[in-house]
Design a protein around this ligand. Sequence first.
Ligand code: ZN
Length: 228
Amino acid sequence: MKIEATPLQNSFATLWCHDSEGHPYTFSEYMGLSRSFHCYAAPGLIIGGRMVDMALRQLPRGILFDAISETAHCLPDAIQLLTPCTTGNGWLKIVHLNRFALILYDKITGEGVRVFLNSASLNAWPEIKIWFYKFKPKQKQNTPLLREQICAAGSSIFLTRKVQIRPQWLKQRASGKTVDCPICGEAYPEKHGSICRGCQGEAPYSAYDHAGQDWNSDYRHRSRTGAD
Ligand code: ZN
């Protein structure tokens, strides 16, 4: 394990990261890009840009790669900003370990690079440490100082490690047969069981129509009676 030896940077005009096409962004340009995508230049998204850059530098050129984010916060957006990997195209997966780490890897061989925050290094950067460990509520954090420290710290707060992705993560998703659910009437993968997962209780909502009636029971009623 080694700490990337990159000179400290103190200017927002300094090169911060590249995308997978090789397009460079200064710190301030990348903040602008982040704002256009994520509404504001969140510290985790700024840091994530540098992490993606570090992983890209260590991947062999010209390979097809996939990405894994070990957190749902900020890092997936940095990956989506700087690489072709998105959750929508399936090349970016989120594994809910809640560790601030990402992996880019060869989608055929599974050989990849993991970039993660070096917790011990944050002792040199108190404002980054306050933000990362949530030692103060967000409104009491010093955002300008935090950005300055992120910029100055550069790559020095990350570690990289070569990894081999496990075979089960390299498998293509088998789609299987699609059928209509006998309860809600919506199409779902048959392998999920005799009814869809939503109707098995995994839907993240309760649905009501304008009259306050349970939407699903209403749907069932309309399905049975043929009413529209
Ligand atoms: Zn259903």
